[in-house]
Design a protein around this ligand. Sequence first.
Ligand code: ACM
Length: 260
Amino acid sequence: MINVGVGQADFKVGHSGTNLEIIQTLLDEAAQKQVDVLVLPELANSGYAFASMDEAAALAEEVPTGPVCRALQAWSQPGRMVVSGLCQKSGPVLYNSAVAFSGGELLAVYHKIHLFSNESKWFQPGQQPAPVLPFRQYLVGIMVCFDWVFPEMARSLALRGAQIILHPANLVLPFCQQAMITRSIENRVFTATANRCGQERELYFSGLSQITAPNGSLLVQADEENSGVFCADIDPDAAENKWITALNHVLNDRRPDLYI
Ligand code: ACM
């Protein structure tokens, strides 16, 4: 069993120092709640609704030397894992990234491959598949926010053995929380979506961070407005059972030869 937590907060675009303080508050709460695997929202260091490329670039940080990465690394030291969305500066370009730290090490950096709306003005799209990573004897997959609308993403992670999908998000469309229940059922995996709340410029974020189980049940869900860390104890091995009926296996019964 592991204790999974999703951190929900109202980050502030343009205020890196404030966002670092908010992240540290979530990390402290997660430590106090004995979370083993923590997910934080998309672009947690920067906020989301940039007004210009210059603003986005000024708020980005390098991996793994930036201040938010250092805080995440320190938190992960005692055998924990944290996955956070991050506005990443990499040479001359920016990525909408998710970084994964475990045991004090940087395990992976995922560059979001499906950019939403204005994001393509600021970020380069990722060119590599989303990672599946070990945590203890388990496997976790990562995707970022709008990746939810492409069911191939969760399916690809499940096919590569992910038992939990860790999902930093800044959701503005109203459908994702319901869709992640479907992603759970159709792949028989856990999902953990850490979302923003609050408003930035013209955008409202929907909160309702949640953790779902392979049978589609909602293990925990935040409300629309309040910040905090919301946790559930899960047995990732429950995701090994891919039978949706006694005779139907959600991975082996696929017909990829007919999906044209
Ligand atoms: C989103 O991908 N931030 C909606």
